[in-house]
Every structure is written in C-alpha cells, then in structure tokens.
Design a protein around this ligand. Structure first.
Ligand code: URA
Length: 285
C-alpha cells in the first residue's frame, strides 16, 4: 500500500473512532422527518396488551386504554413506555426495540445493542451506552472497557457465557460518544426497566454514574453511590432486586488508582452471591 493510501486509511479510522462515521452529501437530509412517522401515519407504538413477566413477578399494572398516538418528539417517552411494557418476553422486547423509531439516537447508530450473556442469569450488569466497538458489533461491552469488565468478573467466577447477562441504559450509541440528552434518556428508560423486569436477575450491578443515577433515580455521583446496596423495583411488578453500584470499567482504565475500590465492590458482590447460595465458576486467577 502506498504511503498516501495508508495515511488516508489511518485518517478515516481516526474519524470513525471519533464518531465521524457518516459520509455527508452536499444537500442536507432531515433524518428525523424520514424516520419518524407523519402524524397521519399508523401508530408506531406497539399495541397495549397484558404482558406476563417471569414467574416470580406479579402481573403488570393496568395501563390506560385508548388509541395509541403516533410517535413524535413530544411524546416519545410515553410511546416508549407503552411499547416497552407491552413486551412479554426478552425476544419480544428486542423486536419492539428494533422496530421503535421514537429515539433520534437510532438514526445515527449502526446497530441496536440489546444484550449479551445468558438471559435469566443470576447477575445482570447495566452500563451506560454502546461505544464505537459495540455499535459495530451489536453487542454491549466488547471494546477495551468490556475486556476489563470480563477480567474483573472472572476474578469472582462470573462470565457472560455462564452466569452473567449484560445490557445498557441506552441501546444506541450517541454519535461521537456525546452525552445523551435528557429526552433521549427518558425515551430509553422504559426499555431498560422492562428489560430488567423480564431478565429477572437475582442481583443487579450498575456500572458508572449514568447507569446508577438513572436507574436508582438518585442525584449523587458514582463516588458516593459505589459500594452501596440499594433495591430496584420494576415499574410494573412488586419484586425488589438488590442493586450494587460500582465504577465503570472505562473510568478504571483512565483512573487505575480507583481499581482498589472496584475490587472491594467485586468482593462485596461475591459475598452476596455466596450468602444467597448462588454458585459461581472457579475464578480465573
Ligand atoms: N460502555 C458502556 O457503558 N457500555 C458498553 O456497552 C460499552 C462501553
């Protein structure tokens, strides 16, 4: 390969890593207009219907009847809630999410990143949002921070092939890894809430401030929340799931001095699993 070709390839790779991954034409394209249904189109939200959850959950609360409204930028959190809570299984939720056009992040993402690992596993981990690697692969936590997460889990006998299920608060990558807007978060929240209800883990581990603050509805930062146990209650069932908040592995890559605290959190999780009688594989140490 000539030097100039190699330089051009390196530049393109750098753009993609930085989130500049869409070629632009001379004419502007209104992607929201092309993806969101017109107010006169058929309703985009899935029809409301009873959604039985896993056996240990009670039936969901009744939701208001009436015609579903089309998804618009003003009502997408409501439409998302109706769509998400109509799902009666993880497969159904994945299909509903893939068909949902109410979040602008989907327009710029390559893939909908739903989950990885074992559905129904005793431990569920929830991160923030897919990065460039996850967006390309369509699976959460496959990049550098995911590799660190896997190594951390292995030290206490957990792995996504056997006893861990992983997802994110946001199923679509914010372009260039920018912070999601409040509206994008509000729109995606019902999907991860229903996702947790349907996965029905014995314990939930929230990695990073965004995940912990959003799902626990707390204002404190992760430094105050980490290492503490909370209860998470699904909006449509009564079962409380114990939650441990901890640092995000991407933060640990940037701040290795915090790994000692993360290690304490892992040991607390391991202790909880032992006390709950949940077996884990022999650690890879
Ligand atoms: N960071 C996250 O929070 N989630 C991923 O899937 C990858 C990186």
């Amino acid at each position: 390969m000539s030097d100039s070709r190699a330089a051009a390839r390196a530049l393109l790779a750098w753009y993609v890593d930085a989130g500049v991954d869409e070629p632009m034409g001379d004419t502007p394209v209104d992607r929201f207009a092309s993806r969101l249904p017109s107010p006169h189109a058929a309703p985009a939200a899935a029809p409301l219907k009873p959604a039985p959850t896993a056996a240990r959950h009670a039936a969901p609360a009744a939701r208001p009847a009436g015609p579903a409204r089309p998804v618009t930028v003003d009502n997408q959190p409501g439409a998302a809630r109706s769509a998400a809570f109509s799902a009666g299984s993880l497969d159904e939720l994945r299909s509903i999410l893939q068909a949902f056009d109410g979040c602008p992040l989907k327009v710029t993402a390559t893939n909908t990143v739903f989950a990885d690992g074992v559905p129904g596993a005793p431990v569920m981990i929830v991160g923030e949002a897919p990065g460039a690697d996850e967006d390309r692969a369509g699976r959460p936590f496959v990049g550098l921070s995911g590799q660190l997460l896997d190594r951390m889990l292995a030290t206490i006998g957990l792995d996504r092939q056997r006893n861990v299920y992983i997802s994110n608060v946001l199923p679509w990558r914010p372009p260039g890894n920018r912070n999601p807007t409040d509206n994008e978060m509000a729109t995606c929240l019902p999907f991860i809430q229903r996702h947790i209800e349907l996965a029905a883990p014995r314990v939930l581990v929230l990695v990073g401030g965004t995940s912990a603050k959003t799902l626990l509805d707390r204002r404190e930062g992760i430094t105050r929340l980490r290492g503490r146990w909370f209860d998470w209650q699904g909006p449509s069932d009564g079962a409380a799931i114990p939650v441990l908040a901890t640092y995000h592995p991407a933060y640990l890559l940037r701040s290795p001095g915090q790994k000692a605290s993360a290690w304490k959190d892992l040991l607390a999780l391991k202790r909880w699993l032992v006390e709950a009688g949940i077996g884990t594989a022999a650690p890879d140490t």
